[in-house]
Design a protein around this ligand. Sequence first.
Ligand code: D41
Length: 674
Amino acid sequence: MTESIAQQIAALRQQIHAHNNAYYTRDAPTVTDAEYDRQIRLLRELEEKYPEYAATDSPSLSVGGPVLSSFSKIRHEIPMLSLGNVYSETELNEFIERIHNRLNSTQELTFCVEPKLDGLAISLLYEHGKLTRAATRGDGSIGEDVTHNVKTITNIPHTLQGDNIPERLEVRGEVIMPIADFLAFNQQATNNDSKSFVNPRNAAAGSLRQLDSNITAQRPLAFYSYGIGIIEGGSLADSHYQRLQQLKEWGLPLTAEVTLQKGAKGCLAAYQQLLEKRPTLNYEIDGIVYKIDAIALQEQLGFVARAPRWATAHKFPAQEEQTTLLDVEFQVGRTGAITPVAILQPVFVGGVTVSRASLHNADEIARLELKIGHTVIIRRAADVIPQIVKAIADTKTGSETQKDIIFPVKCPVCDSEIERIEGEAIARCTGGLYCAAQRKQAIKYFASRKAMNIDGLGVKVVEQLVDEHLINTPADLFTLTAEQLIPLERIGAKKAEKLLNAIQQCKQTTLAKFILALGIREVGDATAKNLAEHFLTLDAIQNASIEDLEQVDDVGAIVAKHIVTFFRQPHNLEVIHALLAAGIQWPEVQAKAEQKLPLAGKTFVLTGTLAHTSRNDAKQALQALGAKVSGSVSKNTDYVVAGESAGSKLSKAQDLDITILSEDGLLNILKDNP
Ligand code: D41
């Protein structure tokens, strides 16, 4: 009897391993989903009933460990480098040229070519063939221990199979959520009214960073190898391609799209082929990666600024897709700007489901000759708001379902008149703070992180507060009581107390943040800071003339006029008065000239994703030390801080020989100048 239970469990595990392998590595499922689920359930039942047969490498999904309170940090013994980018054939040729020059040879190079999976890089450590540790890439030096979560990923083997397995082997690769699973997950989330993800990458990242691995276990994640870190007590082939094949033999997943190519010509052919194949792949890719295949050459070439000289990513262009323009809505912004928003038949493009796109303004609608009912082409580049490229000509004629887009003459929110100043593209609601839409956004802006930083005052709360007539201006926030807050939707006693505390705490601020919080048109954080440092007091700013204002860095005629106009409105002065009466205060501002800040005169550019801080926080920290933070790299740039996936700015910095800092380098500077 016992013998047969043990055998049954072993057989199930073996079968499930085989199915996983077929599904994930060969892209050729051997069973139906229902049968697969049945086997998993049966295995789980048996393992629960007979705990004596438990095994840490069981493919059952129930390997979820205890719920953690945070992830512990892991320092990568060998840093996980980042990848440079090329965007064109010319840049690829330059990349290859640089290698030829460095190697002092013109011999044709062999590249291992891989799809660039749009997921999350992780490291898997196998000791004596057993998976002992898994970590996220983090900033490349320090990642997070996600071993528990990674063990729930069904195509990652817990034990390597085969011969000559090194004593210690670190496998690197990407965790992704296959597209079909992502779509199914989101469909179910929508049905259950729970949170859906914007794209497979976020879904993978969000799922892997769960403190409760039981949640990760329910997410359909997969892993594909792209490289090797530590190798001890064993040896590997001297070709990257062959190393990947070896990983596959040991049971590690590898995509079917890895090939060897010769020279730029081979690389470009592979690029074209993969681009064509892209729509049929079950995972998102955002490009292709070229790697020098010979390990000896890789070692000879080394790396700069945390990216190897022997590898680069060739990014795919933005993606386009067709859909139907269902309707156009008109949104009212914080300053009354009326923005037409296209409501689209949802389409999956560039990794996200798009159902809305900005149409910018009336001119844009005219330029595109758009009508409701047209078939349109949507373009989406990574991290960019989707755009309508054009309407398809054939669909423009003859249909009675097509309707003209009529730009409103009255504000859709407050019914005030809409005004369009000659020569300006933007139409604006004239309602000012009479308009609920503008009021809501003015309050939201006042409370935002960069301004007064009132935690917990999100869009939904502000909307309710304004709709219930509990507040009309930012000053009214300071009169709110718990009794007023608690009855609101999604606010309990606890949240109400937290919010009231945050409102009290925000009273201690700086002049620059207060100026920013007022929401004067075109006065962003940098201008607000310059104004504060130039005039030193609120009174001085309020009383400044256009000419006085134009003396300030960054302030031109238009901004100066906005500032003067703002302080001329009796309503605005009333609000300011009420805010000061509520107790908002700031320390005396030091004149700029008196300060000798450690980074004065230095210009920084931040690019890529930072792991331990937001770009905004880093910018503020640098500015506090006197540095200038610019958006583009030029010969005047002193330092470029390159986070993960840094792109063209990093390449430009390399070309201009500008000092490149890693995130660690930046943190060191900030640490040394507290
Ligand atoms: O598929 C990928 N996303 C991928 C990422 C890949 N196929 N190869 C990669 N190779 C490297 C080097 C050359 C540095 C070992 C990578 C990455 N790096 C990478 N992923 C995230 C940051 C860097």
